[in-house]
Design a protein around this ligand. Structure first.
Ligand SMILES: NC(=O)c1ccc[n+]([C@@H]2O[C@H](COP(=O)([O-])OP(=O)(O)OC[C@H]3O[C@@H](n4cnc5c(N)ncnc54)[C@H](O)[C@@H]3O)[C@@H](O)[C@H]2O)c1
Length: 303
């Protein structure tokens, strides 16, 4: 039998944990011994603070304490991420785990999208994750331990009608996480990304009621928990998770075509090579920026 995976002695921050997925992640981490900062400003789905329930975080803190766990509330926006991390430091003197989960939606087709719709989505998802992570990073580097999970979305990976702003932000987070994973590696900081599926107020307007109820956020949290554990077996990876399903995603690249350079390259060369450029039958799974250079470099030598 495998022994229970625990977080005793670890301090975690879960942003946007006053409801939905964040609440579920926080409950799981706390139930396994982590001390958790429950951050939520309690805004509405579109991110309007004034319409929110400021005490959403308190209810989750109460729930954790009632179950014998340790938690404190923080009501700052992720745009003040340093204050959220400071809450962990003030209460428990360290920060080990950060789950960047807070999010809002401003769905609309692109021709109707305002600059504010674009900026607010960028701010909460990307800038907010920057602020929390940037505040936690020096402590994680110093203690040579950190586990960070970013929350992307299938809308960012594949695109989704009416979500250009949200898709932009969600895939941006994966790019952010992949570079952080490389920078944190030597200091035992692991950074991974999930694209969840869960019933929450975010999905209740697009999914059937029965589906929303069935897609319990608690089916996502164990993957998040594992990625936050000492044993986290990966770094810089992306997973789709929900409804009992967890699967890693990776990039796939066609072999492509390497055209001779001595006569220059024409539009027609590209047209004539299109089959090879888009042929995935013998595809590769590139893992780093140098992979492309390795293919190009010998060709450059023929000039
Ligand atoms: N539910 C899904 O199927 C799904 C799919 C893909 C991605 N996601 C992502 O998962 C995360 C959680 O979503 P959810 O479904 O639980 O939605 P949710 O609306 O229930 O939870 C989001 C929480 O973030 C909080 N929040 C919003 N702005 C904040 C800010 N500036 N500072 C602090 N807290 C803030 C909200 O008050 C809310 O409690 C989001 O990042 C979302 O984009 C969810």
């Amino acid at each position: 039998m495998t022994s229970e995976l625990r977080f005793d002695g670890k301090v975690a921050v879960v942003t946007g944990s006053g409801g939905g997925l964040g609440r579920s992640h926080a409950l799981l981490l706390a139930s396994r011994g982590a001390k958790v900062v429950i951050n939520d400003l309690g805004g509405d789905l579109a991110g309007r603070e004034s319409l929110g329930n400021k005490r959403a975080a308190d209810l989750v803190v109460d729930e954790i304490r009632a179950a014998g766990g340790e938690a404190v509330a923080n009501y700052d926006s992720v745009l003040d991420g340093d204050k959220i991390i400071q809450t962990a430091l003030d209460n428990w003197g360290r920060i080990d785990i950060l789950v960047n989960n807070a999010g809002i939606l401003r769905d609309t087709t692109f021709h109707k999208m305002t600059e504010d719709d674009w900026d607010q989505i960028y701010n909460v998802h990307v800038k907010g994750a920057f602020k929390t992570t940037h505040a936690a990073w020096p402590y994680m580097r110093e203690q040579e331990y950190g586990r960070i999970v970013f929350t992307a979305s299938s809308a960012g990976i594949y695109g989704n009608f009416g979500q250009a702003n949200y898709s932009m932000a969600k895939l941006a987070l994966f790019g952010f996480a992949q570079s952080l994973a490389l920078e944190g590696e030597k200091r035992n900081i692991r950074v991974n990304t999930i694209a969840p599926f869960a019933g929450s107020r975010m999905t209740e307007t697009i999914l059937e009621k029965q589906m929303v109820e069935a897609l319990n956020p608690s089916f996502v949290s164990p993957t998040v928990g594992y990625l936050c554990h000492d044993e986290a077996p990966t770094n810089g990876s992306l997973f789709e998770v929900g409804g009992g399903w967890t699967a890693q995603l990776r990039w796939e690249r066609a072999k492509g075509v390497l055209l001779p350079l001595n006569k220059g390259i024409t539009l027609e060369d590209i047209q004539n090579s299109w089959g090879k450029i888009t042929d995935f039958s013998d595809a590769e799974h590139p893992e780093g920026v140098m992979g492309g250079f390795d293919i190009i470099a010998p060709n450059l030598k023929t000039l």
